[in-house]
Design a protein around this ligand. Structure first.
Ligand SMILES: Nc1ncnc2c1ncn2[C@@H]1O[C@H](COP(=O)(O)OP(=O)(O)OP(=O)(O)O)[C@@H](O)[C@H]1O
Ligand SMILES: [Mg+2]
Length: 286
């Protein structure tokens, strides 16, 4: 058992608190499922090194809906790619279940923003079933059965034999989510999966994702630059500073969901995160 000092808790996104001593609670927690410890990430191009993330420390626990929130270019996608195993840290380490992440694996599946992440020559059910056979080693019938069950969960049973080009953007994202969920990854990685959708569909997809989480209790690492989306989707939010991304704070937000939109406490939380997001960075302020 590890004793964990909880960082900024929900109070950080509620009404302003008196400048009392930080509320530090000592409470026993299991080991984190995903640990990002002192991780820096860089891109090396000829003659140039771009540091995308700087000394990131984050712990993600099982069944967390953990959101990375930060401005464009702060390194959110890069961090997600590192967790997925596509990029290796230049310092620090990422571990999943105590095992260092060194390469991509079926225990970490990414859902991207783009609608064209599905092979267009495969039907919906084939798209979901294929990785189950290829990466999970399921037999054909088993893969089809699991694929159909997951497609049902995302409400696409009537479109199981359709091709991606016959679907709307929101439906394609549902297929991508079904494909990822069917793999039963240890962590589901989502990189702004709803950003290209219209506002109504986006809200519906957020609702569906929360309903899926209620059922499956999967661990989610979700990237967004929308404060509202972070508060609605997340149970915990890590705020990243502008480029290169550093962790500015962590906030609990279990209490918010779509029904909170418009409430005073939700608006206050949005404002607080907004202010924190846009306050001058101590790292760059001279
Ligand atoms: N392939 C690459 N080669 C060089 N630099 C890159 C590459 N990909 C990203 N970068 C740089 O790394 C930094 C972080 O990029 P990243 O895509 O992770 O940001 P982001 O937070 O996901 O932004 P957005 O919200 O716009 O998606 C940026 O400065 C970007 O220019
Ligand atoms: Mg990105």
């Amino acid at each position: 058992m590890t004793l964990v000092i909880e960082r900024d808790s929900a109070v950080a996104v509620r009404a302003p608190q008196p400048p009392a001593a930080p509320r530090e609670m000592l409470r026993p927690l299991p080991d984190p499922l995903l640990r990002i410890a002192g991780v820096s990430l860089e891109y090396r191009t000829p003659g140039r090194v771009v540091r995308a993330a700087h000394r990131i420390d984050l712990d993600v626990y099982e069944a967390d809906r953990f959101v990375l929130l930060g401005p464009s270019g702060c390194g959110k996608s890069t961090l997600l790619k590192a967790v997925a195993g596509f990029i290796a840290p230049v310092e620090g380490e990422i571990t999943l279940g105590g095992v260092p992440v060194r390469k991509p694996g079926p225990d970490r599946i990414v859902v991207f923003q783009e609608f064209d992440q599905l092979p267009p020559w495969k039907t919906v059910v084939e798209n979901v079933a294929f990785p189950l056979r290829a990466a999970r080693g399921l037999r054909h019938a088993e893969a089809l059965e699991r694929a159909r069950a997951t497609i049902d969960k995302v409400g696409l049973t009537a479109f199981a034999t359709s091709y991606p080009h016959q679907l709307s953007g929101g439906m394609k994202q549902r297929v991508a989510i079904a494909r990822a969920l069917a793999m039963q990854p240890k962590v589901l990685l989502m990189d702004e999966p709803f950003a290209a959708l219209d506002a109504l569909t986006r809200r519906k997809m957020q609702e569906e994702l929360l309903a899926l989480w209620d059922e499956a209790r999967m661990t989610l690492l979700f990237v967004t630059h929308s404060i509202e989306e972070a508060l609605v989707v997340g149970s915990r939010v890590a705020l990243l500073s502008p480029h290169p991304g550093r962790v500015r704070g962590e906030y609990n937000c279990h209490e918010y969901d779509l029904s909170s939109l418009g409430s005073r406490s939700f608006q206050a939380a949005v404002q607080r995160l907004h202010d924190r997001l846009f306050e001058p960075s101590p790292e760059t302020a001279r």
